[in-house]
Design a binder for this molecule. Structure first.
Ligand SMILES: [Zn+2]
Length: 245
């Protein structure tokens, strides 16, 4: 599998405000257009609210927070180990790793999904913060950084494995080196509908969530089974062990 900046089905769009309309969706309705422009995004939301029952809602080309959380935990455990012997440590570790997996979507607060937060650069920033403050997710500073980076990086990976029909296509995976958007072209996950109260949309979203869990839960289980047991509390009280000569 390779990330692609161009695709026959999904051409690369760099900072495009182009709209996609009239395409069939999983619910058989024309897709609501999406734009990177915050103003257009906000006005679109108002239009959807005003149109009421005539409009199904908005289509999000992304896995749910459940999927992102599971992926973050699996990535973190595979690198930093599992704090399985201490319940409080385990809860804290899982909470932090899941939050790291979901963290990139903070850009939804400013109506700019899939931008710089969905990049390896943002993952590196998260790793630096985690290592600096020794977040209790692994044993040493290097492992903390690596686990946090991997957990954050799962987010743009998962988003690039979901269908995206709204420009700009894909995620800004390699910011700040490039502001191009990338996508794999693989529809591993289903898009999510945001249409509160619409039973058809709710049923569709439930199927999407079940699919995410069916794909990611076995990976989490595998990392639980194979991950080494660690005491992450020690990462906050002791310096990293010196390298073996
Ligand atoms: Zn996202």
């Amino acid at each position: 599998m390779a990330l692609s900046a161009t695709s026959a089905r999904r051409p690369l769009c760099r900072f495009s405000n182009a709209a996609v309309t009239g395409r069939d969706t999983p619910l058989g309705r024309p897709q609501v257009e999406k734009s990177r422009s915050r103003e257009v995004e906000k006005s679109r939301s108002r239009e959807v609210e005003k149109s009421g029952s005539r409009e199904v809602g908005t289509l999000d080309s992304l896995p749910t927070p459940i999927g992102h959380g599971l992926a973050g935990v699996a990535a973190g455990w595979s690198i930093g180990g599992v704090a399985r012997e201490h319940r409080r440590q385990l809860v804290t570790q899982v909470a932090i790793l899941a939050a790291l997996g979901m963290g990139a979507d903070l850009d939804l607060l400013i109506h700019w999904h899939s931008g710089p937060t969905h990049s390896l650069g943002a993952a590196a920033i998260a790793a630096g913060a985690a290592a600096l403050w020794r977040w209790p997710i692994a044993r040493t500073r290097w492992l903390i950084a690596a686990a946090a980076c991997a957990a954050w990086a799962t987010h743009p990976l998962l988003d690039s494995l979901a269908p995206d029909t709204s420009p700009p296509i894909g995620v800004m995976a390699f910011w700040p080196l490039t502001s191009q958007y990338f996508i794999t072209g693989l529809d591993v996950f289903m898009p999510i509908w945001r249409a509160p109260g619409n039973l058809k949309a709710i049923a569709h979203d439930l199927v999407a969530v079940v699919r995410e869990i069916a794909i990611l839960a076995p990976i989490v289980h595998l990392t639980w089974k194979t991950g080494r047991t660690v005491n992450v509390e020690k990462s906050r009280s002791r310096d990293d062990p010196p390298p073996i000569a």
